[in-house]
Design a binder for this molecule. Sequence first.
Ligand code: SAM
Length: 261
Amino acid sequence: MASDSTGFSVLDAVKLVEDFSFENFYYNSQGKDVLKELEKREQGESSFFDMYSDIEMKIIMDNLDLFSMVLLGVLKREHPYQIWPKSLIFKEIQFLDIHGGQKVADVGAGSGALSILLGVIYEDIELCVNEIDASKIGVVNEKIKRTQSLNATNVFTTKIGNKFSCGFEGLDLDKIILRYTFHHFSEKKKMLESLKKSLAPTGELILIEDVDKHSNQVFIKASCPQAMKKRNIKKKLRKAGFELVEEYDYLNNSFFKYKIR
Ligand SMILES: C[S@@+](CC[C@H](N)C(=O)[O-])C[C@H]1O[C@@H](n2cnc3c(N)ncnc32)[C@H](O)[C@@H]1O
């Protein structure tokens, strides 16, 4: 496997770009082009990335989290790399409405793309990152160590959860984010109880879900086979003692903000 001088392989880079945001990746042709080019470089074929010297490639690799967001069209190309207003992630960030001083949990964080982004764009926040899959938490820990653009005032903790609990009970969290995660919980009722015990009394539980959609009389199926219907999501939350305070639809995504009833 080709490896650059940082020890970070191009294949890792491909994976990182891929998992950055599967939604943005599929919606954005630039993302696909980057993947193709990185794969070509991995296979030793000439490619766009061959234009770069080893030193330039090291700079790209050292800042890959930032760089891939630029290439995916999430961040603008010029410093200070503002988030592109039409990207899905921009809408998500707006909806999350995070402020300095807050304690925020990303539950079922996958390989941590959102958490890393929050750690880059905010300061003075506490980020509690949970995943049931220990190998993904390993990836998140590596990203936290590696990403140079993380704001030093932010505090990260990572936790391997289980199917019944997020492990953050009693933390009085201001926000809990479930990004494309709720429909994957095998024990939804127990997880909702655990999340409730982890929130501050005024805290918010935020769900981002990929759902079936009708657009101009065309039916668009959610990309995940396990995706739930909107009304089923709402029913489960209501039964668990949560009250819907805000809802927003963008592309195939529905954003829900809940408070404890
Ligand atoms: C579709 S992925 C979404 C990952 C990430 N939130 C994102 O936006 O890319 C769903 C994730 O939920 C995790 N998951 C499923 N059940 C879980 C549970 N009970 N507790 C924590 N994570 C869970 C899976 O391991 C998977 O990484």
